[in-house]
Write a protein that binds this ligand. Structure first.
Ligand code: NDP
Length: 296
């Protein structure tokens, strides 16, 4: 691959992990956060992305930028679709025109959650909210561009930085003894570091073999409810002298949110584990590794 990897996103959870990997490995990557290029204007996004790619001359592109505020998206569909459909569509077209490998992220929320087993890539989609619908439209646009592109659908992403469930639980435990957490939604928590590593692996594999293009599921291994995840966070935190709270299991009905969330959003990762030298790490193991890097 000649030229650096151009990463859209800079301060987001996955983008920051990519930056850490770049620093640790010496791999050349250039990061474009919203300060470099605002992706929210669908009319200007095509020429802005074309211009940036022409200027940087990347060897591959990874899109870690997205509109990720699931509940806020219900009231801001235009902004969600601009970031999650129109921007990746423009990136995918620019990459396809140059034959550049393009790696993109999507979400477990493209599914309606009514299946009683983990979802495989070919299962019918049926998003229950604007965020999921905008991400699904993004995947479809990426694939329609026809270039060598991989979409990694991931789920329940957390990391040592940024806005995520782990940091929210630790913050709430700072001033509450007990926290009510939803126990009837199950999924597969995923460390942002694992997303970044898999994205790099996928990008390199795609550069060697464009036939790998397609949608892949990528998550931590093993199932959890949000209440299970909260309990594991507090167990890890207690071991490190950090804040803890009792977890009170509640139902989705007890905690109404603007966006409806799938009851089951477990992703089956068999396809990526077959196509790439990648093993999804047990989510508790990744959680512990992540929390080793947090300050208490
Ligand atoms: P974050 O919310 O942590 O980061 C969002 C990124 O998008 C930031 O880098 C931000 O830029 C960029 N961005 C937001 N608005 C704009 C804008 N107007 N113009 C340019 N860039 C913008 O996201 P994650 O790292 O958590 O998510 C990575 C991917 O994983 C996304 O595709 C997301 O949909 C997907 N995903 C995430 C899940 C989760 O639980 N978080 C679950 C399932 C899938 P800047 O760096 O400048 O701040």
């Amino acid at each position: 691959m000649t030229g650096p990897i151009l990463v859209f996103g800079r301060d987001g959870q996955v983008a920051r992990e990519l930056a850490d990997l770049a620093e640790a490995s010496g791999r050349a990557m250039t990061f474009a956060g919203r300060g470099t290029l605002d992706l929210s204007d669908p009319k200007a996004v095509d020429s802005a992305i074309e211009g940036l790619i022409a200027e940087i001359g990347p060897g591959a592109v990874i899109n870690a930028a997205a509109y990720t505020a699931v509940d806020r998206a219900e009231g801001e569909p235009d902004a969600a679709f601009a970031l999650n459909r129109d921007a990746p569509a423009a990136m995918a077209r620019a990459c396809a025109a140059r034959g550049l490998p393009f790696t993109h992220f999507s979400t477990d929320y493209v599914f309606d959650g009514t299946l009683d087993r983990p979802y495989v890539e070919t299962d019918p989609t049926g998003p229950t909210g604007v965020y999921g619908a905008s991400k699904l439209a993004g995947e479809q646009a990426v694939s329609a561009a026809g270039g060598p592109a991989i979409t990694l659908r991931t789920s329940w992403v957390y990391g040592a930085h940024g806005a995520n469930f782990v940091r929210t639980m630790l913050r709430l435990a700072g001033d509450r003894d007990e926290i009510g957490v939803v126990a009837d939604q199950i999924g597969r928590p995923t460390w942002a570091r694992d997303c970044a590593q898999a994205a790099l692996l996928a990008t390199d594999a795609l550069a060697r073999d464009p036939g790998l293009a397609g949608v892949y599921h990528l998550s931590g291994a093993g199932d959890a409810s949000w209440a299970d995840l909260a309990a594991a966070i507090f167990a890890e935190s207690a071991r490190r002298g950090g804040p803890t709270a009792r977890v009170r299991a509640i139902t989705t009905a007890d905690y109404p949110t603007p966006a409806k969330r799938p009851a089951n959003s477990r992703l089956d990762c068999g396809k990526i584990e077959t196509a790439l030298p990648w093993r999804c790490r047990p989510w508790r193991e990744s959680l512990a590794a992540c929390m080793n890097e947090m300050e208490f």
